[in-house]
Design a protein around this ligand. Structure first.
Ligand code: ATP
Ligand code: MG
Ligand code: FE
Length: 336
């Protein structure tokens, strides 16, 4: 089977071709228009998707070296995401599928972030425990099979990526700040400043407290020394990153221990973070885990992960019809 997959949930317009479970192309256009606003502006995102979608799909087909009529199914991100952005991708997918007279496959974006681990070898064995950390979500997901997933822990407030981005904004770094915090953290001292790790039940998380404590800390320091941020940027970034990573890893370790699972991975945009990647390796060595890290291009939003998820849905004949509507928020199994 040959799947054309489309991802348009936020500020990346992406298209991929997946043939028999192998990714043949994965084109990603990241929208630049939001930088000047310090965050994603939903209306501008929808318009940029409209501009990008045709050239991105064209390039995905060309790069894969296939003919358009070789496509046997069209997949799209149905939820969750910005509704206007999802509508562009789903509308395009429906029209494309109808014009080729092939079936449609609706994909849940967060399930796809986890299944990014099945794009390339080595692929995890089941049961697999995945920490999904992105701009909008922080979840510990127990995967019993490709499509049988259960969220066993999640954030009660901000997502980890959101905490990175909001703290970066306090440090006057441009949006999205997560990768820049990572960059500056590399030369900083992670033990220099201490921020509290909240006590939250079971496998859940909370990141709004860390955000607030960093804010108060910076306000106090800047009052005494207006140059505090500029003079200590690397140490602040390293300390913040250390706190967020430790918060994430402690819960992942707790879940892995209780469930006695040793196949462990991370997914989502924040899994590109070098501190988190190093921590996963270190905790893995300590606990005897087999650890899985997706390639960088499959961490942040991309259509390859949508295509691979669609591939497993196609094997089970989980198609959707033209009446399928996108949704800003939904649980796992409302699509398909
Ligand atoms: P969701 O998947 O929850 O709908 P999203 O699609 O916006 O949200 P992703 O594209 O998966 O999220 O991830 C984007 C997030 O990842 C941003 O918050 C960004 O700052 C963060 N991020 C990317 N690279 C890094 C990095 N190296 N260090 C820390 N954070 C990072
Ligand atoms: Mg994005
Ligand atoms: Fe995402």
């Amino acid at each position: 089977n040959v799947i054309l997959a489309i991802e348009s949930s936020c500020d990346e317009t992406s298209a991929a071709i997946v043939c028999d479970g192998q990714v043949q192309s994965n084109i990603i256009a990241t929208q630049k228009v939001h930088e000047q606003y310090g965050g994603v502006v939903p209306e501008l995102a929808s318009r940029a998707h409209l501009q990008h979608i045709v050239p991105v799909v064209d390039q995905a087909i060309k790069t894969a070296g296939i003919a358009k009529d070789a496509i046997t199914a069209v997949a799209f991100t149905q939820a969750p995401g910005l509704i206007g952005s999802l509508l562009v991708g789903s509308g395009f997918a429906k029209a494309f599928a109808q014009s080729l007279n092939v079936p449609l496959i609706a994909v849940h974006h967060m399930q796809a972030h986890v299944l990014a681990h099945w794009i390339e070898d080595p692929k995890p064995a089941f049961p697999f425990l995945c920490l999904t950390v992105s701009g909008g979500h922080t979840q510990i997901v127990l995967c019993r099979s490709h499509l049988d997933m259960e969220i066993i822990g999640e954030t009660l407030d901000d997502a980890a990526g959101e905490a990175f981005d909001k703290i970066a904004k306090m440090l006057q770094l441009p949006y999205p700040g997560g990768p820049l915090v990572d960059k500056y953290a590399k030369t900083g001292n992670p033990e220099r400043f201490a921020f509290p790790i909240p006590e939250i039940r079971e496998y859940d998380f909370s990141f709004s407290g860390i955000k607030t404590s960093v804010l108060y800390f910076l306000q106090k320091q800047v009052k005494e020394n207006p140059e505090f941020v500029a003079e200590n940027l690397a140490d602040i970034c390293a300390s913040v990153q250390h706190t967020i990573v430790k918060t994430l890893m402690k819960k992942l370790e707790k879940a892995a221990r209780h469930l006695k699972i040793k196949e462990i991975g991370i997914a989502g945009g924040v899994s590109a973070n070098s501190g988190l990647r190093a921590a996963l390796e270190a905790y893995g060595a300590k606990n005897g885990w087999k650890v899985y890290l997706p390639k960088f291009e499959y961490c942040t939003d991309n259509a390859a992960m949508i295509g691979i998820t669609a591939y497993y849905k196609m094997l089970l004949q989980q198609f959707t019809d033209l009446s399928a509507v996108p949704s800003a928020r939904t649980q796992w199994d409302q699509n398909g």
